[in-house]
Design a protein around this ligand. Sequence first.
Ligand code: TYD
Ligand code: MG
Length: 468
Amino acid sequence: MAKRSSYICQNCGTVYQRWQGKCDACGEWNTIAEETAAVAAVPASQRSKGRGRVFALESLTGTTDEAPRLVSGINELDRVTGGGFVRGSVLLLGGDPGIGKSTLLIQACAALALRNARVVYISGEEAAAQVRLRAERLGLADAPVELASETSVEDILATLQHGPSPRLVIIDSIQTMWTDTVESAPGTVTQVRGSAQALIRHAKRSGSTVILVGHVTKDGQIAGPRVVEHMVDAVLSFEGDGARDFRVLRGVKNRFGPTDEIGVFEMTGLGLREVSNPSALFLSERDLGSPGTAVFGGMEGTRPLLVEIQALVAPTSLGTPRRAVVGWDSSRLSMVLAVLETHCGVRLGSHDVYLNVAGGLRIQEPAADLAVAAALISSLTGAALPADAVYFGEVSLSGSVRPVAHMGARLKEAAKLGFKRAVCPAAGNESGNDSGLRIDAVASLATLVADIAASSEGQKRKTVKVSQ
Ligand code: TYD
Ligand code: MG
């Protein structure tokens, strides 16, 4: 087998002919390492000799013998996978170390095993006793999950091919696996790619669903396994901040389902608990009556989700004002600020702007524009927004407020949580508002700014009266 040395970035997998300090592709420093890659990734025994083999082609209408999806019974997980694990599919579950990936998977395994599916859990990081101990702590010790602590891909595949194919195989984690067909050290990109390839080939051939766990580097990219992302059928990421107890499972890529759904869990002493009403959780620590906060009536996939948007606008002491955003797109914030300056006469050039989405959630919807603008103006004027109002609407560059999808669902969720009115685009009137919420339609951002400024005057007058 021919061998050659190449230099591979351990973060993104880019191959270089010479060593260099910085990867040009992903911008990371000191991630390029020398690897001696065996030229053939497929072992000699599996390479076909001479000409190709003739195989039978199938029609689209062919039948699949078993139920194509394996439902775990953990609703928040099934929602993200698109209604269960697809036969023969491979999923990559990424997340920070300690976020709860192993906990989530052992719970999913136990749930499936109790539904009589054969489930195998291979841990490359912990001893079988440690996994067992955790399961005992979670009260799952009697579920018939088959456990092993193993890192050799060849041994794992030989074991899996023994007896009936398991329905689900967990590989925790792909970074600890190594295969004989590749000569570089475990944990390197070549090894991770080689091991993943072998496991994916097994999944497709046997019909087992395989979940690969992948750790994430500091910058949020899946390290090493990032090169696996395009090979797998679905990439899920498990997020949350260490300080709080809730965790969000998000679909990043999914060949068999949606990518905009999220699953919400809470980490408790007894493992992960499903949160079926996340809005209540995200609003539970609301700062009522303080300026700079607005409740956004958002959507995550098919589910409405209310979250608090917090803004702080403060005079700057620096030449260039700071703009810091957590949980939202910073270029979107720049756009809202520009529209406020240009069309509403709000001068923010000498103010620092901080924006935060409460609860560590990340929002991607443009519908949050209006809530963000309301929070910013509220902080700037010092006027608290009404506590019983939700905000949603997309702001266009011309300063008009544009309608957003799923108005009905957003309004209903707000009504369920006790809100009384919605500040939203005008189309809210027509699209089936049976929620009982009062709709304060705003056609342009300038109207919203004027309304908040007027209420700020009112609030100031009241305080003056009280203090007199
Ligand atoms: P773990 O699943 O081992 O994380 P990962 O596999 O992503 O590295 O989770 C470990 C963390 O979860 C650890 O900090 C303890 C916490 N935890 C609980 O709070 N309650 C529990 O019941 C369990 C099992 C873990
Ligand atoms: Mg783990």
